[in-house]
Design a binder for this molecule. Structure first.
Ligand SMILES: C[S@@+](CC[C@H](N)C(=O)[O-])C[C@H]1O[C@@H](n2cnc3c(N)ncnc32)[C@H](O)[C@@H]1O
Length: 370
């Protein structure tokens, strides 16, 4: 470990408690109504000084931290951003501070513990903490949050994407972990009805049992499974409409849409300690949540604020209600298909053909059971 880096981690650690007594922090940017505020700097220090955090007023934290994979997190100006946008950010006097994304492992774990502790403190009792983290640190985080902070794990979801980086030395990585914890002591916000999808029984097997569900879900619908994928769930790359140039770590809107709708209500306070391109803020703002973001790179912060306040979500609602069935629709009678389609409002959800990529074969007789 370089002594300078080690000292920086330790120094911030020791300042975390002392800065908690200071005055109100000033956001770097805020919307006029104050519902979106973004702060420049190290989230550990910002969290320690933020009024809402000190008073445990945050309803939902979504954190997608640096992975310590030697990434340059603020190449925003050099990787294809529109020159007009670059000029705008530059005219704001942006400094291109870069977070050091290759610190020694031990320091990275210390850093991870510190920001997680700050986020948990900021949450209200019953508030949700979601962490997006790859294989190499997921287990450590789960052990720390469960065993040291005594916060229960509610869901260990997987965001599965295609086009992981090719390699021959091991199976190709195609996932990140989406960990959901809820701070004990209060009522969690959980809105399953906002994120339902058609069940495979409805789209693929035409199984009439899905029409009279006993779990309280509407006919033909279910909660998504804990592996998340689908049409709008790919990595945000190339000419993807959501793409913010220069941010190669951008999460898809669909991911944040699911988390924010399921775990917060309108006017709730959502916090993202690692703003990046601003995906969490764009989705939270679009769904009328209040939002606080922190970002180390001022250039990233300005780009994210521009996205949140001027551009917003580009695919609001598009991923909702989509089937994630992976098998072709089975043969069924026209009547059975019509019945299940009617029951799930097929006009607004993809049909079995769309899911399967071809029309189901028409056959006489009863629908087959799955
Ligand atoms: C993985 S990216 C977040 C991407 C984001 N979820 C999105 O969809 O665009 C992590 C971001 O955290 C920022 N960052 C790194 N360390 C930080 C710290 N200590 N405090 C605040 N921001 C930090 C990096 O500059 C980078 O923009």
């Amino acid at each position: 470990m370089s002594p300078a880096r080690g000292a920086a981690i330790a120094e911030v650690g020791s300042r975390l408690s002392t800065s908690a007594g200071g005055g109100a922090l000033k956001p770097e940017r805020a919307t006029q109504d104050g519902r979106v505020r973004v702060y420049a700097g190290d989230c550990r220090q910002i969290l320690a000084g933020l009024d809402e955090a000190r008073k445990h007023k945050v309803d939902l934290v979504f954190a997608d931290p640096p992975f310590n994979w030697s990434r340059a997190y603020d190449r925003w100006e050099t990787t294809g951003a529109k020159q007009a946008d670059v000029a705008k950010v530059r005219s704001d006097g942006a400094k291109y501070d870069t977070w050091d994304d290759s610190i020694p492992r031990e320091d990275y774990i210390t850093f991870t513990h510190q920001w997680i502790k700050g986020c948990v403190d900021a949450l209200r009792p019953g508030g949700s903490l979601w962490i997006n983290i790859p294989d190499d640190t997921a287990a450590e985080i789960v052990v720390y949050v469960k065993n040291t902070l005594k916060i229960p794990l509610i869901n260990w979801c997987i965001w599965h994407y295609r086009f992981g980086q090719n390699r021959a030395s091991a199976f190709i990585n195609s996932k990140v972990h989406a960990l959901h914890f809820v701070k004990p002591g209060g009522t969690p916000t959980w809105n399953p009805e906002r994120v339902l999808e058609p069940s495979d029984r409805a789209t693929t097997y035409f199984d009439p049992r899905t029409l009279s569900k006993k779990d309280g879900m509407p006919a033909g619908m279910r909660l998504p499974m804990d592996v998340w994928y689908g049409q709008y769930w790919g990595r945000v790359q190339g000419n993807n409409k959501e793409r913010r140039p220069g941010h190669d770590n951008q999460l898809p809107e669909a991911y944040l849409e699911r988390v924010i709708l399921a775990c917060s209500n309108e006017n709730d306070l959502v916090l993202d300690p690692f703003l990046g391109s601003g995906t969490t803020g764009a989705v939270a703002h679009a769904y009328k949540r209040r939002f606080i973001g922190c970002e180390f790179s001022r250039a990233n912060l300005l780009s994210a604020f521009q996205r949140i306040s001027e551009i917003g979500m580009v695919g609001k609602g598009k991923a909702l209600g989509q089937s994630t069935a992976i098998f072709k629709a089975r043969a069924a009678s026209d009547a059975a298909i019509a019945r299940t389609r009617d029951s799930i409002g097929a006009a607004s959800t993809p049909t079995a053909e769309a899911v399967a990529g071809e029309p189901p074969k028409k056959k006489r007789g009863r629908p087959r059971k799955s």
